[in-house]
Design a protein around this ligand. Sequence first.
Ligand SMILES: C[S@@+](CC[C@H](N)C(=O)[O-])C[C@H]1O[C@@H](n2cnc3c(N)ncnc32)[C@H](O)[C@@H]1O
Length: 154
Amino acid sequence: MNLVHRKLCASAWWARRVGEILPGWLEGLRLGDDVLEIGPGFGATTRVLVDRVPTLTSLEIDEPSVRGLRAQFGERVEIVHGDGTAMPFPDGRFSAVVCFTMLHHVPSAQLQDRLFAEVRRVCARGACSALWTADPACRSACCTSTTPWSYSTP
Ligand SMILES: C[S@@+](CC[C@H](N)C(=O)[O-])C[C@H]1O[C@@H](n2cnc3c(N)ncnc32)[C@H](O)[C@@H]1O
């Protein structure tokens, strides 16, 4: 993340906007009881998810963010340090995989394809995947799906 993203995603304004918009968007999804979030960052989206799902795991690539998230959520969320393009989880583990405002941080189409393949791999049969890229404040590009899951890069 660059400095602007860091300031934005850590801000009270961002937390408020995510809190206003994300719950309504999640209402339409059947997340099930074992949910993976990829790229929690400073935890604004994690704070919305944590009270809505029985078991939440969040996978974050940035080590300082992992430390901050563990301090913030304690045992309420399993914070895993790792890469969404090579996930340290078994096949079919999760009832849903979600990620918000994160895909544009994966630096190439090849890596993004690898992330999509990993999302599909760790989703249980019939699981839901919901990937929201860009800025929830302006409600831009998102896609949702249940497995079998497919995505074609443009
Ligand atoms: C802009 S932040 C979004 C944080 C949060 N979802 C939100 O909306 O407030 C994107 C996060 O994705 C993380 N990230 C980027 N690439 C990743 C990858 N390959 N695997 C896991 N996390 C990644 C970044 O370190 C950063 O914390």
